[in-house]
Design a protein around this ligand. Structure first.
Ligand code: ZN
Length: 349
């Protein structure tokens, strides 16, 4: 066990969640106990996750109250690194080359070679599903680029991307360092939560990338997004899926749990219902290609750490077993909408 579990989160800064925070059902049961923060420079405390028997969402209980949760983000990483990049070094340059050509073709502004790359990626479809998700399906939005709001924009990487393709962008983040970095490119990035956006401002595209699992009232956030969108506008949303094949396989070592920062973990039906009840007229589930590979590799690392030191032999057999496990994770998430690692949804107002 790491030092994190030895120190408790202050008792008077914890709140018990006695009913489902999404459907208010009191029919809840324990899902995971004794979890600790497994990230670098972890937050203190030991955590339980409950699940709602009615709607199936999972939630931290007890959880840090909203005044104290900030301490769990002191060493958060979104503004210092590309948090979900699969590659590093020279591979990163190659990926950048393919990404730039792929997006240029998707935007219909590519050189002839870009279209060749685009078609090859489409044939190797987990790659195009991956690149489409990284672009937050921006090229599939109908009509001309308009105003875009990225909530939880981190270092502004997506804002710069969207801006390059003609979108008029606004970013929001709670982290002052992230805001400073995102602003350095001259973009309109504001420090605070969604309340600081005035009611008269409207957008054509709002994205919530890995945000709803962090907030205390996701229903309210989604309703506010709906109100800020023009008719026909798009809400793009992605969050870990508690019914994923990865969670079934790795349980307490699944990368998506991330206590205590992830206070709520959705499934497809509950999140879809929440969007529809907020007024969205259509909700489409997308496939985040290679998410089985990414979550599998990240969860394997947590699984290895959880084993007694010296008990893991890094031999060929173990490597083959991990390879087959991750391959099946990716295949299942490609085939089963319910079991995908992430809920990647596009909702239209
Ligand atoms: Zn519920």
């Amino acid at each position: 066990m790491s030092d994190a579990s030895l120190q408790h989160w202050p008792q008077d800064q914890l709140e018990v969640v006695g009913r489902c925070p999404v459907c208010s059902s009191e029919d809840i049961r324990n899902l995971e106990s004794g979890l600790i923060d497994r990230m670098v420079a972890p937050a203190t405390g030991e955590w339980n996750i409950c699940i709602c028997s009615d709607c199936g969402i999972a939630f931290l209980s007890p959880r840090p109250d909203s005044e104290s949760i900030g301490t769990a983000y002191k060493h958060y990483y979104t503004h210092t690194s590309d948090k979900d990049d699969l590659v590093s070094g020279r591979l990163r340059a190659i990926k950048k080359y393919f990404a730039e050509n792929y997006y240029a073709a998707a935007n219909k502004t590519g050189a002839p070679a870009a279209y060749v790359i685009y078609v090859v990626m489409r044939i190797l479809f987990p790659l195009s599903l991956y690149f489409d998700t990284k672009s937050r399906h921006l090229f599939q939005v109908r009509g001309k680029p308009g105003r875009l709001l990225d909530i939880g924009c981190g270092n502004g990487e997506f804002l710069r991307f969207a801006n390059r393709f003609g979108w008029d962008v606004v970013g929001l983040d709670l982290d002052a360092d992230a805001v400073a970095e995102a602003r350095s490119g001259g973009l309109d990035v504001r420090a605070g939560d969604i309340d600081i956006i005035g009611g008269e401002e409207k957008f054509d595209f709002i994205s919530l990338s890995h945000v709803v699992e962090h907030v205390y009232d996701p229903a309210e956030l989604i309703r506010t997004c709906y109100a800020l969108l023009n008719d026909g506008g798009t809400l793009w949303l992605e969050t870990p899926n508690i019914e994923s094949i990865g969670y079934l396989l790795y349980k307490s070592n699944w990368r998506g749990l991330e206590p205590p920062r992830h206070i709520m973990l959705f499934n497809q039906s509950a999140l879809r219902r929440l969007l529809m009840s907020s007024g969205f007229v259509s909700v489409e589930q997308k496939n985040h290609g290679l998410s089985g590979v990414y979550m599998g590799l990240a969860s394997e690392m947590l699984l290895k750490e959880s084993m007694p030191s010296g008990s893991v032999v890094d031999g060929g057999i173990r490597k083959i077993r991990i390879f087959l496990k991750i391959l099946s994770l990716e295949l299942i998430q490609l085939l089963s909408k319910k079991r995908r690692e992430f809920l990647t949804l596009v909702a239209i107002r």
